[in-house]
Design a protein around this ligand. Structure first.
Ligand SMILES: Cc1ncc(COP(=O)(O)O)c(C=O)c1O
Length: 328
C-alpha cells in the first residue's frame, strides 16, 4: 500500500531511492591548501555518496551489470573482499535491492568500517592479519589472505562475487560518470588528473574518459612512498597507512598506456594533507584523500601557471576516527 498523502508522481523532485544519488559529486577548489602554487588543485568530494566513499559508483555498476547478465537473482547473496568502502557501497546497494551482503575484510582495516558495514545490513567476516597486528595498515599479504577466504565463502554459499579487482564495471562506472563529470565541471579545462590505485578502477576509468576528450590531458598514478610497485621502483615496506590503495601489485584493470607518470606520498604526507584539508578547507577526509592531495600539490608546484589539476577525495575522516589520522 502507498504511504498516504505522498502522491507518487515522477514530476516530483525526489530520488526514487538513495541509489539515484550516487555520483554527481561536487568539485571543490583547494585554494587555501594550495595558495601560491602555479597549478590549481580541484577535488571531487566523494564522501557525498551514500556509503560515504567513491566505491559506491563501482558497487552500483557491478551489481546492475550482474543483474543484467542474470548472475544475480532476486534474494541472492553477494560476497566481496573489501577494505571497507567497497563493502559498504555494495551493502547500500544490496539493502535497497533486497540482496544479502557478506563483506570479507582484514582485521587491519579501521573498526568504523566494520560498524558501518553492519549498520547497513552486511555480515562482516574478519580475516586475521598475516604476521603481526598492525591496526590501520593493510599489506598485500593481508589482501591475499582475505582473497582466499572470499573464494571459500563464495563457493560454499553459491554466492555472486563481484570480484572488484577483475570487474571491468569498476572502470566503466568511472569512465561513464566520474570522468565525464570532471570534464563537464571544469568545462574541459582539466589539464592533469591524479589518483591513488586500489583496483585501479578510478584511475583507469577517469583517465579513459578524459583522454578520449583531450589526449593532451596528463594522468598520474599516486602510490605510497614505501611501495611504488606499479612504477616499478623498490618496495621497502608493503604495509602503509593509505588504506584501500597501494597493495604492491599490478591490478588486473591497470592500463599502463593511460599513465603519464607516478607520484608518491609518505604516510606522514598523507596524514599532514588530510589534516590540512580539515583545518583549512573544512573537508574532513581520509588517508588516501591526504595522499592524493599531497601528490597533486607536488605536481602543482612544478606545473605551468594556471594548470588545472583534478584529484578525488575517496572517503571521509569519519571512517578513521579510531586511527591516528586526527589528534584526539
Ligand atoms: C579510501 C580509498 N581510497 C582509494 C581507493 C582506490 O580506488 P580504486 O579501487 O578505484 O583504485 C579505495 C578503494 O577501495 C579506497 O577505499
Amino acid at each position: 500500500m502507498e504511504a498516504p498523502g505522498l502522491p507518487r508522481k515522477e514530476t516530483m523532485k525526489i530520488a526514487k531511492s538513495i541509489l539515484d544519488t550516487i555520483g554527481k559529486t561536487p568539485l571543490v577548489a583547494l585554494d587555501r591548501v594550495t595558495s601560491g602554487l602555479p597549478g590549481r588543485v580541484l577535488a571531487k568530494i566523494e564522501y557525498y555518496n551514500p556509503g560515504a566513499s567513491i566505491k559506491d559508483r563501482a558497487a552500483l555498476a557491478m551489481i546492475e551489470t550482474a543483474e543484467k547478465q542474470g548472475l544475480l537473482k532476486k534474494g541472492g547473496t553477494v560476497v566481496e573482499l573489501t577494505s571497507g568502502n567497497m563493502g559498504t557501497g555494495l551493502a547500500v546497494v544490496c539493502a535497497v535491492k533486497g540482496y544479502r551482503m557478506i563483506a570479507v575484510m582484514s582485521e587491519g582495516n579501521s573498526e568504523e568500517r566494520v560498524h558501518m558495514l553492519r549498520a547497513v545490513g552486511a555480515k562482516v567476516v574478519l580475516v586475521p592479519q598475516v604476521g603481526s597486528k598492525r591496526l590501520g595498515q593493510v599489506s598485500r599479504e593481508d589482501l591475499e589472505a582475505v582473497d582466499v577466504e572470499t573464494t571459500r565463502l563464495t563457493k560454499k554459499l553459491k554466492a555472486f562475487r563481484p570480484n572488484q579487482f577483475y570487474n571491468e564495471s569498476c572502470a566503466h562506472a568511472h569512465e561513464l560518470a566520474t570522468g565525464k563529470e570532471i570534464w563537464e565541471q571544469t568545462e574541459g579545462k582539466v589539464g592533469v588528473f591524479v589518483a591513488s590505485i586500489g583496483t585501479g578502477g578510478t584511475f583507469v576509468g577517469v583517465a579513459r574518459a578524459l583522454k578520449k576528450r583531450n589526449s593532451q590531458i596528463e594522468c598520474y598514478a599516486a602510490e605510497p612512498a614505501s611501495a611504488p610497485f606499479i612504477a616499478g621502483k623498490k618496495v621497502t615496506n608493503t604495509s602503509h597507512k593509505i588504506q584501500g590503495t597501494g597493495y604492491s601489485l599490478i591490478p588486473p584493470l591497470w592500463d599502463k598506456d593511460l599513465c603519464d607518470g607516478f607520484v608518491t606520498a609518505t604516510d606522514a604526507e598523507a596524514l599532514r594533507f588530510s589534516r590540512l584539508l580539515s583545518r583549512k578547507e573544512g573537508i574532513f577526509s581520509g588517508f588516501s584523500s591526504g595522499a592524493n592531495v599531497a601528490c597533486s600539490v607536488k605536481l602543482a608546484r612544478k606545473a605551468k601557471p594556471g594548470t588545472v589539476i583534478v584529484t578525488v577525495l575517496p572517503d571521509t575522516g569519519l571512517k578513521y576516527l579510531s586511527t591516528d589520522l586526527f589528534e584526539k
